[in-house]
Design a protein around this ligand. Structure first.
Ligand code: PAF
Length: 281
């Protein structure tokens, strides 16, 4: 595995792989890698000749009151994990390479960026779309891999790629869960042992939602009430949203009469956790 920080060296390595006829698979990350990220790298490894992983904690997607400085980091662990999972090129750009002095461009994917997490975290998806477009431009991947735990992020990036005719495929990969069902997230480290134990109520409620819909429940209001009941049992929890939406447009649904997704965001102690599950009526 080669590790590069400089953009010219990244471009050189990628150019060589392209000349050798290799397809390029790309996994952008903010580091502190876990099995969710490694599942993306494994998939990229299976699909491509060259696998590029980036680690960059992107300041533009954090709000002023969010956890940028405290965001967990573990470069030695990430680097050895990337190597184990068959990464060819690890890209670790410096902040001033991504955002040189005077940087003044941003990408706004309107509509689907503005609901759910976009409402609670204004500017978040602008930061995500801007850095992802920049990274796509540097890496020029054939395929890029994102976890479906960040369902709204996946839709925002897919929409950007479609709208701007970027020549790559965006691939959403299933959420990786702990044995008790909690979605893997870098932010789970913020949970106390008790909060961690009780946080599995989020996924349990989502699984129950999927089962209830399979059995014929079609009223979003009933499903949301059931989920709320489960989540309020978690100590130190505060619900940000529970939402049932059309799985393509994120339009809020009252009746679950099409491919839908139930999305949850809640604060548990110091952590803000998100999760979702697809509902097929
Ligand atoms: O999902 C993440 O880790 C980040 O939002 C991403 C896509 C790497 C952009 O910074």
């Amino acid at each position: 595995m080669k590790t590069v920080s400089r953009i010219d060296l990244l471009r050189k390595s990628i150019g060589q792989a392209r000349s050798a006829g290799k397809s390029i698979g790309f996994v952008p990350t903010m580091g502190f890698l876990h099995d969710g990220h490694y599942s993306l790298i494994d998939r990229a490894r299976r699909d491509n000749g060259l696998v590029v992983v980036s680690i960059f904690v992107n300041p533009m997607q954090f709000g002023p009151s969010e956890d940028l400085a405290a965001y967990p980091r573990n470069l030695p662990g990430d680097s050895s994990g990337c190597m184990k999972h068959g990464t060819d090129l690890l890209f670790l750009p410096q902040e001033d390479a991504v955002y040189p002095k005077g940087f003044s461009t941003s990408v706004e994917v309107s509509g689907i960026s503005e609901t759910l997490c976009g409402k609670s975290r204004p500017g978040h998806f602008r930061g995500v779309a801007t850095v992802v477009l920049k990274l796509f431009n540097l890496v020029q991947p054939d395929r890029a891999y994102f976890g479906l735990k960040d369902f709204q992020q996946f839709l925002v990036i897919s929409r950007m790629v479609r709208d701007l005719d970027l020549n790559l495929e965006v691939i959403g990969c299933p959420t990786v869960r702990e044995p008790d069902g909690l979605a893997r997230s870098s932010r789970n480290v913020y949970l106390t042992p008790e909060q961690r134990r009780e946080s599995c109520r989020i996924s349990k409620a989502l699984f129950q939602a999927r089962d209830d819909v399979k059995k014929g429940e079609a009223q979003a209001i009933n499903i949301k009430a059931m989920i709320e009941k489960h989540i309020t049992l978690i100590p130190d929890s505060r619900i940000d949203y529970i939402s049932i939406c059309d799985a393509d447009s994120l339009e809020e649904l009252e009746k679950i009469d099409r491919r839908a997704v139930v999305l949850v965001a809640c604060h548990v102690g110091k952590a803000r956790l998100i999760d979702n599950i697809l509902l097929n009526p």
